[in-house]
Design a binder for this molecule. Structure first.
Ligand SMILES: [Mn+2]
Length: 287
């Protein structure tokens, strides 16, 4: 009965299967947590999506920016398409509607039933407690699971202008901040104002007011271990009560499976399957 937290797959299905064999994964007993961005840029996004969906209650996923990007593209938002996208096999698949319908009903944040541990795609801003973060995640989840989900995705989801959280932020802008924080954040200020310009590792670009979201000394969510992905240049970090799991599988780095019970990082060295990021044009999913 193990729980493994798996880093950003981005279509790397073969490495996932190799890693699962390596850790002696038992489908009947073990649970797999996926930190999001299970699709795009890599070669086998359709296989990844079908596999994660097939796990049922033995799998948990949180939505990442590339997963949102896929949902938007499935709704025909052509302006967000990028040359680097590898999601056409999903969009052309006979079960595309079923897959998208399942995906959009997945959470932004997951809490472990017995450990003080949670999972998000990018992070939790410092001004939210764990309980508040769960409530805010659920605000967005209710919209994605309800009648207005297409309106939200098509008209209100994407936008880097919404960077600040103030207690009375309302309406669609509130939803956009919540998604930006959970699915895109790397750097922010102590009040959770997001900085989308910086993307590199902290040693190369952290300075002044904007810091990696998890280093702020008064962060209100330090009472749980937070598992996240999204930040491949950060590498494997276990510290500050957080655990990063995007170890750059797609770029010829490692695929990570962190076992919650043993606190051991299992990794697999992967071949590079994506072209360098600088070839792609700017899209919301990039950051
Ligand atoms: Mn991401």
């Amino acid at each position: 009965m193990a729980t493994y937290v798996i880093g950003d797959l981005q279509g790397c299905f073969d490495p996932l299967q190799t890693l699962l064999t390596q850790i002696n994964y038992q489908p009947e007993q073990d649970t797999l947590w996926f930190v999001g961005d299970i699709v795009n840029r890599g070669p086998q996004s359709l296989e990844c999506l079908r596999f994660v969906k097939s796990l049922g209650e033995k799998g948990q996923i949180v939505l990442g920016n590339h997963d949102f990007h896929l949902i938007a593209c499935a709704l025909g938002l052509e302006k967000y398409r990028s040359k680097a996208d590898t999601i056409d096999p999903i969009l052309n698949a006979p079960d595309c509607d079923e897959l998208i319908d399942w995906l959009r009903q997945q959470p932004l944040m997951v809490k472990h039933p017995s450990f003080a541990a949670v999972m998000v795609h990018a992070g939790i801003p410092p001004q939210w407690s764990i309980n508040e973060a769960m409530q805010h995640a659920q605000e967005v989840e209710q919209i994605l699971g309800g009648a207005e989900w297409k309106i939200f995705i098509k008209q209100h989801l994407f936008g880097s202008k919404t960077r600040e959280w103030v207690p009375l932020i309302k309406g669609w802008e509130r939803m956009r901040y919540i998604v930006n924080a959970f699915a895109r954040m790397r750097y922010c200020d102590p009040q959770g104002k997001l900085d989308f310009e910086k993307k590199g590792a902290p040693s190369s670009s952290a300075s002044g007011r904007y810091q990696p979201w998890f280093v702020h000394p008064n962060r209100r969510n330090k009472d749980h271990q937070i598992f996240f992905g999204h930040w491949s240049t950060l590498g494997a970090l276990d510290g500050y009560q957080v655990h990063s799991t995007d170890t750059g599988c797609l770029w010829g780095g490692l695929l990570t499976a962190y076992c919650l019970e043993t606190q051991h990082r299992h990794t697999l060295q992967c071949p590079q399957t994506a072209k360098p990021k600088k070839n792609s044009k700017t899209t919301p999913s990039k950051s």
